[in-house]
Design a protein around this ligand. Structure first.
Ligand code: NAD
Ligand code: ZN
Length: 353
């Protein structure tokens, strides 16, 4: 089958590799669509980061580069391994792309995203979405019903937004301020809006501001070039400040803005994976008793995330801004996102084309 494999920084090759083998307890999936994520770009430009370098196998997958890439994907079940009886061939699904040790409990309420040596399918080994086929453990497969496969490829980043929402403890009727309207900020906004919050979002790029407006995920879109965003948020909340903040830009001034924009006692969820250590205005955090929290990936967020899309509370279609073939991965995908990131939200790849 054809697959895109990461060898090293700036070295991704589309090549023919053997098809994966169906084992007991696994599910074979024919990939429908796979999204390109900012993490993939970091691996391409600055990696390997999550990807185990050649000769340094990952402790759980036992694999190292070259590995198949792509962790945001949907597909159709083509075969079920022995012991899998609660899914059907022909069913459309998404994969929660974790590599987690077999002994770790991934049941409800378990924080398995925090388990030792956690990595991701499509980065740390075990195949990936940028291939025609993949075989995965049953526990990572989530049926999507009649959600179209192209939109279902965005369930993974939407689940990141859902987990950030869960981490925030936000409730319907509260006010959120999000810093950065990239894919993660926009999809976090979509979850918050669907859950009944008032959502303000701060962004510089015209195309992304437009996307936040046209999709209806934000009640107000604020541009820092038009004035003090925190002051606007406080004015919009009758002087109080927002109940929750979400850092989705990895830009220090955005974190500063959030510390100013939230009310005393608020929660700020830091979603960004920072490439450098930012300064944090600790006196502000102390004097307002702000809870600054991390969030990574998802844990049991996929069913609720899928339900938001199935119920129509989140429409993923407008966030797809490009469709490409596997051969165009670097030229039409990575290059577009590296040089014109602000024009795009999600570019999705058809690995069969
Ligand atoms: N925690 C997790 O599990 C998880 C998962 C996926 C991605 N991430 C991280 O989330 C972050 C966001 O990802 P993304 O793909 O949306 O990134 P992105 O770079 O596409 O989006 C960031 C946005 O911030 C905007 N921005 C920059 N400066 C700004 C400013 N001063 N004011 C307002 N907006 C500003 C940019 O214009 C851009 O649209 C990244 O750090 C990524 O690594 C975290
Ligand atoms: Zn991703």
């Amino acid at each position: 089958m054809r697959a895109a494999r990461y060898y090293d920084r700036n070295d991704i090759r589309v090549e023919d590799i053997p098809e994966p083998t169906l084992l007991p307890g696994t599910v074979a999936v024919d990939v429908g669509w796979c999204g390109i994520c900012g993490t993939d770009l970091h691996e391409f430009l600055e990696g390997p980061i999550f990807i185990p370098p050649s000769g340094c196998p990952h402790p759980i997958s036992g694999e190292s580069a070259p590995v198949v890439i792509g962790h945001e994907f949907s597909g159709t079940i083509t075969a079920l391994g022995d012991g899998v009886s609660d899914l059907s061939v022909g069913e459309n699904v998404v994969v929660e792309p974790y590599i987690i040790a077999d002994g770790v409990d991934t049941g409800p309420g378990q924080d398995y995203q925090l388990s030792q040596d956690m990595n991701f399918i499509g980065l740390g080994g075990r195949g990936g979405g940028l291939a025609e086929k993949i075989v995965v453990q049953r526990r990572w497969v989530h049926p999507v019903g009649d959600i179209p496969l192209d939109q279902a490829a965005l369930i993974e980043p939407l689940s990141v937004g859902h987990h950030a929402y869960v981490r925030s403890g936000a409730r319907a009727g509260q006010v959120a301020i999000i810093g950065g309207a990239g894919p993660i900020g926009l999809l976090t906004a979509a979850v918050l809006k669907a859950e009944g919050l008032t959502v303000y979002i701060s962004e510089l790029s015209d195309a992304r501001k437009q996307m936040a407006h046209s999709t209806g995920v934000a009640d107000e879109v604020l541009d820092p070039r038009d004035g003090d965003v925190a002051a606007r948020v406080r004015a919009l909340t009758g002087g109080a400040g927002a109940d929750v903040g979400f850092e989705c830009s990895s830009v220090p001034v955005v974190l500063d803005m959030l510390l100013d924009a939230v009310r005393p006692g608020a929660v700020i969820v830091n979603v960004s994976i920072w490439g450098h250590k930012p300064e944090v205005d600790m006196p502000k955090l102390v004097l307002k008793e702000i809870d600054l929290r991390g969030t990574i990936g998802y844990s049991n967020d996929h069913p609720a995330t899928i339900a938001l899309v199935q119920s129509g509370k989140v429409d993923l279609a407008p966030f797809i801004t490009g469709r490409i073939t596997l051969d165009g991965l670097v030229s039409d995908g990575y290059d577009q996102l590296i040089h014109h990131n602000e024009q795009h939200v999600k570019i999705i790849v058809d690995p069969h084309a």
